[in-house]
Design a binder for this molecule. Structure first.
Ligand code: SF4
Length: 864
């Protein structure tokens, strides 16, 4: 029986989609699941014909109480034979029925970060891949009721992790099987049911961050306040966020303890007001069911693609709700009084105004206008933090250079060992940060990103990207009634930041920063070490690569990208507008490269267009636009052998650009094409790769010397800066790279590597050229090597960095610059870089290369 997939149903847009939510009964019994699934088998035709039940979603240890894992529930029920349309599952005929008790339904397990570290989450996800489950709901998770929560990542980190797994699945795919690659379809949660400005806006900011991280659709928190539900859809429209939304509809009935628990705040994040509770208590179950149907009608009318329907007992109930919702249709507003249980005022229990009341916050006023953000005065603690940070820890400013220099004199402080280090960490940093920030010594400090608030010490879950959805209506933490949610503190601190000289900026500068800020997961290896020293010496999350990466994978020279581009070409002229496996692969590739710190995303279509310039111009336009759309603001590097392709790519990069896109890079100009390309700068600013490659490829005696290559670079540099107004930072000189295998001449003579490294040194130290870049196409060094190619590239790059190289065309997925090179490969690179033709250098390089080849040559398979 063909399984339904949430992703396909959402894409089809044909029917309104239901996802039913179930948790096991007491004693981990699954009778309710079984009853529901058998009911579905018997009565699915009773659903309205414009509605489809997509599947069942299963929470993971709801309310933080240990329970059956969603994946175990899936497996246990999948092992049971599918019932027939009469609900029988015991007759022998049925025992052979495929599809198990789930039949054609999708299963949507919740994935949370509360109980598992990152490796355990990955392990769990691999299990889902193997089971063929694709739809998941990624959540931070409830605070465990009894044990210690893990929260190594939060919902954003979790979505990033799942997105990375999707990208890795594509990386491993064969070019002819993009359609068979397992891809998770990721749902994320959002709660519009927050009643302070800080909590609500943080929810909306985090929602956008989740989408940026890779969420495919949203499921709302449950709530009974139509103004808030409408507000979410209005906000999405205003902010131009196009993402499918499922409304959460919970059958709230006094037949269960749920309303009481929610009213008492025992289910953090779920708001049941006294008024709603009193109303429920005076009603009968049929009226409770009617409310659920009205909510379904409301979400459908507001534009939701479907609903997540929880709290129901069986399939009959689902049918009843959906049929009644259909009858209500667009007239749900007639029932507003039965759905509106918002909060006009909230009583503040924590924070500076504890004990006072304030109006419940709605983003849009009754007159339809949108609230401007508040702009509180910076607190004393925020001002002190900013002062201290700007004085000592802002790179390049104040006392930062002197502090770094002085502390760097001690090897112990640099490497985190010895008495001086212990004195600094335990005697100075630890007590001060504990006193001021409730520091928990994570060693990877996000105080700067969080506007001077520690999200470890001041959050019950220690989240890198607070808040979770648990805050109470007044902004108190749902897991600790004595503290204000850290999300509130961060928002208010951000709102108190103003642009310099703009008295009326109303906190916009800080809030814009907060909106854009996605904190990476903390580096766990740094726990209990000095975060100040980790920051100063580039060991923490602020660590930057010391070279620019031009990501090479979107090039038709590479077999997989070529195959995907070719498949798209065969799909017709609108192939980039329609979903297809090949397009998904290319989008995933672009997003993965952006996520792996690409500074530019290279596009090359030469192999696809061959000598057809017109086609090449068309294709480059398509792929430049694709990078613009999915490259997360990473600029494109337009690459091609034909200058018309470069010009077309440049123009298309700037076409229809609302926001100013980053300056693109054109690769390459030569002596011959410089006067055609460089003048375009006046119309469209760009940076440019200048090729020093021609006539320098071989190892023959005629190859250019380092002096000649340098002279050529200087000549083009002078022309670009004097005649066409380029600044040094705009210019990348691409120095030839020869494969190691071809770099030992037959008789002692300077090797190609030696010439290239020397050229880099000359360019980077030339007094008049300060600020230019030098570039290697790093993969070329490892061509035809018998093994360890990535390791050789890594060593080659590290060695070139010693000579001053600061840019490279690389496969960014290999994480060059982040892992150390193998010492033996670094020795080999060094020997070749210094192979200047002297007898000793020649023999040394030859020996190391021979040793390398011998050690890495793969044995030939025996015949027969
Ligand atoms: S402080 Fe806020 S983000 Fe942290 S657990 Fe409490 S409600 Fe969640």
């Amino acid at each position: 029986m063909k399984k339904k997939h949430l992703k396909e149903l959402v894409a089809n847009k044909e029917k309104f989609i239901i996802i039913a939510e179930f948790v096991p009964l007491q004693g981990h019994r699954l009778g309710n699941f079984e009853k529901f699934l058998k009911g579905y088998a018997q009565k699915k035709s009773e659903l309205p014909d414009d509605v489809v039940l997509a599947g069942v979603t299963i929470p993971q240890s709801p309310s933080g109480v240990a329970s059956l894992s969603p994946v175990d529930i899936y497996s246990l029920l999948e092992m049971k034979p599918a019932p027939d349309s009469l609900g029988n599952s015991n007759d022998p005929e049925n025992s052979n029925r495929s599809g198990g008790l789930w039949r054609d339904l999708d299963v949507v397990p919740h994935i949370t970060a509360k109980d598992h570290n990152v490796d355990a989450i990955k392990t769990y996800m691999i299990g889902l891949q193997k089971l063929g489950l694709e739809s998941v709901l990624a959540l931070t998770g409830d605070k465990p009721a009894e044990s210690k929560g893990v929260f190594e990542i939060d919902s954003i980190g979790l979505i990033e992790l799942i997105t990375a797994m999707n990208q890795q699945a594509f990386e491993k795919a064969k070019p002819d099987s993009f359609d068979k690659v397992h891809q998770f379809y990721i749902a994320a949660a959002v709660s519009p049911f927050k009643y302070t400005e800080a909590s609500l806006m943080q929810q909306y900011y985090k929602m956008a961050k989740k989408i940026h991280a890779g969420a495919d659709c949203l499921i709302t928190q449950m709530g009974w306040d139509t103004r808030k539900s409408e507000e979410l859809f209005r906000y999405l429209k205003d902010e131009n966020i196009n993402v499918p939304v499922f409304g959460n509809v919970y059958f709230l009935t006094t037949m269960t303890p749920a309303p009481r628990l929610m009213r008492e705040g025992k289910l953090p994040g779920c708001v049941v007001t006294d008024e709603l509770f009193d109303r429920l208590s005076s009603e009968n179950p049929a009226q409770h069911l009617e409310r659920a149907a009205q909510q379904v009608a409301m979400y459908r009318d507001l534009g939701a693609v479907g609903v997540d329907l929880g709290g129901i007992f069986d399939f009959d109930m689902l049918v009843e709700i959906m049929n009644r919702a259909k009858e209500i249709g667009h007239n749900w507003r007639e029932h507003r009084a039965n759905l509106d249980f918002g909060l006009d005022t909230v009583s503040l229990k924590t924070g500076p105004h504890a004990g006072k009341e304030q109006p419940g916050f709605y983003l849009y006023g009754k007159d339809d206008s949108r609230h401007l953000p508040s702009h509180p005065r910076p607190t004393f603690s925020k001002r002190s933090f900013d002062l201290f940070h700007n004085l000592f820890l802002e790179p390049g400013r104040g006392l930062y250079p002197a502090l770094k220099l002085t502390l760097g004199l001690s090897k112990g402080l640099r490497v985190g060992k010895g008495c001086l280090y212990k004195m600094f960490f335990a005697g100075f940093e630890k007590p001060i940060k504990t006193m001021l920030f409730d520091c928990e010594e994570c060693g990877d400090c996000f105080l700067v990103e969080n506007f001077g608030i520690c999200s470890m010490g001041k959050c019950e879950k220690g989240l890198a990207n607070p808040p979770c959805g648990d805050a109470e209506p007044d902004g108190t933490c749902g897991n600790n009634p004595d503290i204000q949610c850290v999300g509130e503190l961060i928002y208010n601190a951000a709102a108190s930041e103003h642009s310099k000289g703009a008295a009326d900026s109303r906190g916009q500068s800080g809030l814009k920063k907060l909106q854009a800020m996605i904190n990476p997961p903390r580096l766990q290896a740094l726990e209990n070490t000095s975060s100040i020293l980790n920051y100063l010496f580039g060991e923490d999350h602020t660590r930057k690569l010391d070279f620019l990466q031009i990501a090479e994978n979107l090039s038709a020279h590479l077999p997989k990208a070529y195959a995907a581009m070719r498949q798209l070409s065969e799909l017709g002229s609108d192939a980039l507008e329609r979903p297809s496996p090949a397009l998904s692969y290319l989008i995933s590739l672009i997003e993965a490269q952006a996520a792996h710190r690409a500074d530019y995303i290279l596009v090359n279509v030469d192999s696809l267009a061959e000598d057809d310039t017109k086609l090449a111009v068309e294709l480059i336009g398509d792929y430049v636009q694709l990078v613009k759309k999915h490259g997360r603001n990473v600029p494109v590097c337009v690459d091609g052998r034909n200058e018309r392709v470069l010009i077309a790519g440049l123009e298309l990069w700037y076409r229809n650009s609302g926001d100013q896109p980053g300056m693109p890079l054109l690769r390459s100009v030569t002596d011959l094409t410089a006067d055609n390309i460089l003048p375009l700068r006046e119309k469209h600013p760009f940076k440019v790769v200048i090729s020093l490659m021609d006539s320098a490829r071989s190892n023959s005696k005629d190859a250019c010397s380092a002096d000649k290559l340098f002279d050529k670079a200087k000549r083009i540099f002078d022309k670009a800066t004097d005649k066409y107004g380029f600044v040094p930072d705009d210019l990348f000189f691409e120095v030839p790279v020869c494969s190691l295998m071809n770099d030992i001449p037959s008789t002692p003579a300077p090797g190609a590597a030696c010439r290239s490294f020397e050229t880099i040194r000359k360019i980077m130290t030339a007094s008049g050229m300060k600020g230019v870049h030098t570039l290697f196409d790093i993969a070329s060094c490892a061509k035809a090597l018998p093994g360890r190619r990535i390791g050789v590239c890594r060593a080659w790059l590290d060695k070139a960095r010693e000579f001053g190289l600061d840019a490279a065309v690389v496969n960014v997925l290999h994480q060059y610059g982040l892992k150390p090179s193998a010492p033996d490969l670094l020795d080999l690179a060094d020997a070749l870089a210094r192979q200047d033709g002297s007898q000793q250098a020649y023999q040394h390089a030859q020996k190391l290369l021979d040793d390398f080849c011998r050690a890495n040559r793969k044995p030939k398979p025996k015949k027969g």
